[in-house]
Design a protein around this ligand. Structure first.
Ligand code: FEO
Length: 400
């Protein structure tokens, strides 16, 4: 896509990535894609804000070249060092050695560690300003949104906030880059939530700190480094992020995430009965087959629902591994304050419940009575499964 003006002489020069299968090497984006939003300010001094992943170097340099010569560039603002925003830096330094790189103290250290770059780097402090001519940049330190070195850059005269990972989302841009051009907001909201929980949720407290820090700053445009640019309703994405960050300290919505796995269908048969019981109580339930669903898509449901039901048989004395992997990632992402239960089939000695309990302890979740059954489900097991689901759903509803 060619450069797009977001304000006079301020341009989006980003790139879409529709060929990477995995973001951060682990989160699927094959169907959704992602954008690396980069911006160019064409003032007396010329500055690029945020960069892109190295595999998009040619496309990025072409974007710049459509607006200014590389030898005319004065500054590159590195809001965040993760290589999806800095990967092009080594090449850029070679083709435009005169550029001064701006970032926090920690950015300076990371520039050396990641790229061996030590020359022509200028550290900017929290609240510091830099005149480009007609415009003034102000830098806000916002550590841990997403890494410790992260900052945001604000154009004072026009109220444009370059927020980097904050307020971003998965999903390549579909021609229109602005929120008011978006005809499928549901897609971008869903993908922004998935991105939030996959990437940012562990840092929810820093997200809330950053939002409070920016409260007094008039914002006309939020220009993140991934996803839509918010010019009609910048407050919309801020409110969503604030809302999602709030789940870090509370149980969540009335709803159940039912994650299951099965080897030969016995646990799945009871899972259907359990789901029936939950639905009978009018409580929303999201069902995920852990064998076939990447945890990236399960995490948003775990983050937002207060109830978690885990259907997993015993496998070699342990919890069925595809399900265990989901709980392990939930622990990595510090998903807390849930109420959980486990049901599943065992062949002889069991063991799944024991491992489930150790996960629950690590996750600091509340646990309810398990329901394990031997071998295949009997009619009585199925009746019990439905009652078990209904009882759990009532407890979740009444806990709100
Ligand atoms: Fe988009 Fe933390 O990188």
């Amino acid at each position: 896509m060619p450069p797009v003006p977001i304000k006079p002489d301020i341009y989006w020069i980003g790139v879409n990535d529709r060929t990477s299968d995995l973001f951060e090497g682990m989160w699927p984006i094959t169907r959704e894609g992602i954008s690396y939003n980069t911006y160019l300010i064409d003032d007396e001094k010329k500055a690029i804000v945020d960069l892109t992943k190295s595999l998009k170097t040619d496309e990025f340099l072409d974007q710049v070249h459509q607006l200014v010569g590389l030898s005319e560039l004065d500054y590159v603002v590195v809001n965040h060092m993760e290589p999806d925003h800095s990967g092009v830096l080594r090449t850029l330094r070679r083709v435009a050695p005169q550029v001064t790189i701006l970032g926090t103290k920690k950015t300076r250290d990371m520039l050396e560690a990641f790229y061996g770059v030590t020359e022509n780097v200028r550290v900017v402090g929290d609240g510091e300003t830099l005149s480009l001519g007609e415009r003034t940049l102000r830098f806000f330190s916002t550590p841990f949104v997403h890494w410790p070195e992260t900052m945001m850059t604000y154009v004072e005269e026009e109220g444009v906030l370059f927020s980097c990972d904050a307020f971003g989302g998965y999903g390549a841009l579909r021609g229109g880059i602005f929120d008011d051009q978006c005809t499928d907001f549901g897609f971008y909201e869903k993908e922004a939530l998935r991105y939030y929980v996959n990437i940012v949720a562990v840092f929810s407290r820093p997200v809330l700190n950053a939002i409070s820090k920016l409260e007094s700053v008039p914002i006309s445009i939020i220009a993140p480094s991934h996803g839509l640019i918010w010019r009609e309703h910048p407050e919309r994405i801020v409110e969503l992020y604030q809302h999602w960050a709030g789940y870090a300290g509370e149980p969540g919505d009335v709803g159940v995430t039912l994650v299951y796995g099965t080897m030969y269908g016995n646990t799945e048969e009871v899972m259907n009965a359990v789901a029936q019981g939950i639905s009978d109580e009018g409580v929303p339930v999201d069902i995920f087959d852990a064998r076939r669903t990447h945890v990236s898509y399960i995490l948003p449901s775990l983050w937002t629902n207060r109830g978690v039901m885990v259907g997993a048989p015993t496998y070699e004395g342990s919890l069925f591994p595809p399900v265990a992997q989901v709980l392990s990632m939930a622990a990595t992402k510090r998903i807390r304050n849930k109420t959980a239960s486990h049901f599943g089939s065992y062949g002889w000695s069991g063991g799944a419940q024991r491992e489930f309990e150790s996960f629950v302890e690590e996750l600091k979740w509340e646990m309810t009575e398990p329901f394990e059954f031997n071998g295949g489900a009997t009619d009585e097991d199925l009746r019990h499964g439905e009652a078990y689901g209904a009882q759990f759903a009532r407890m979740i509803r009444e806990s709100a």
